[in-house]
Design a protein around this ligand. Sequence first.
Ligand SMILES: Nc1ncnc2c1ncn2[C@@H]1O[C@H](COP(=O)(O)OP(=O)(O)O)[C@@H](O)[C@H]1O
Ligand SMILES: O=C(O)C1=C[C@@H](OP(=O)(O)O)[C@@H](O)[C@H](O)C1
Ligand SMILES: [Mg+2]
Length: 198
Amino acid sequence: MTDTIFPDVPTLGERARAALGRRNLVFVGLMGAGKSAIGRMVAGQLGLPFVDTDMEIERVSRMTISELFAAYGEDEFRALETRVIKRLLKSGPRVVSTGGGAFINERTRKQIERGGISLWLNADLDVLWERVNKRDHRPLLKTENPKKTLEDLMQKRYPIYALADITVLSRDVRKEVIANEVLAAIIDYTAKAASKNE
Ligand SMILES: Nc1ncnc2c1ncn2[C@@H]1O[C@H](COP(=O)(O)OP(=O)(O)O)[C@@H](O)[C@H]1O
Ligand SMILES: O=C(O)C1=C[C@@H](OP(=O)(O)O)[C@@H](O)[C@H](O)C1
Ligand SMILES: [Mg+2]
C-alpha cells in the first residue's frame, strides 16, 4: 500500500519489508514484553505471515502450554520448542514471535541467529508485571511470589536477550507506536549492516 497523498512514497512497512528481504523477523524477550501482540501487528504491516511459536506448539501437541509443562516438564517443552522453531524458520520469510525462554536455549538461539533477524522487546519489571498479572496461563509464574520470579528471570535472561540483533524498548505507550519503532529499527539495522559490509 502506498501513501494516498504522496502515491510514490513507500510506507514504513514497505521500506522495512524491502530491508528484511528473505530473512525472518524473530521477536524475543521476557513474558509480557509484547512479542505476540506486537509481532502480529508488525507482520500485518510487513505483509508477511505471522506465527507465534507457543500457538504452533499448542496446535501440534493439541495441549495448552500449561498442560505440556504439567504433563512432560519444562525440558520436554524446550525440546518441542526447538523443533518447532527450526521448522518455522526454514520456510520464511515470516514474522515469528517466540516464547520467552526460546532465545535462552543455546540450540534455539543458534537457529534464530542463522534463520533471521532477532529483535528483543526490552521492558522494565513494572511494565511486564502490569501485563502478566492479568492472566494466569504462564506456568513459570505460578509461584508464591510471581513478581519476584519475573525479576529473577530478568537478571538471568537480560544479558542473553541483549545478544539479539535489534533492541526496541517496549513501554506503556500504544502498541502502534511500538510497532512503528520496530519497523524503523529494521530499516536502521539493515542499513548499518550494509554499510559495514561495503
Ligand atoms: N504497548 C502495549 N501497550 C499495552 N498493552 C500491551 C502492549 N504490548 C503488549 N500489550 C499487552 O500485554 C499483554 C502481554 O502481551 P503479549 O504480546 O502476550 O506478550 P508476550 O508474548 O511477550 O508474553 C497482552 O495483553 C498485550 O495485548
Ligand atoms: O519465558 C518463558 O520461559 C515462557 C514464556 C511463555 O511465552 P510468552 O513469553 O509469550 O509469555 C511460554 O513460552 C512459556 O510459558 C514459557
Ligand atoms: Mg507470547
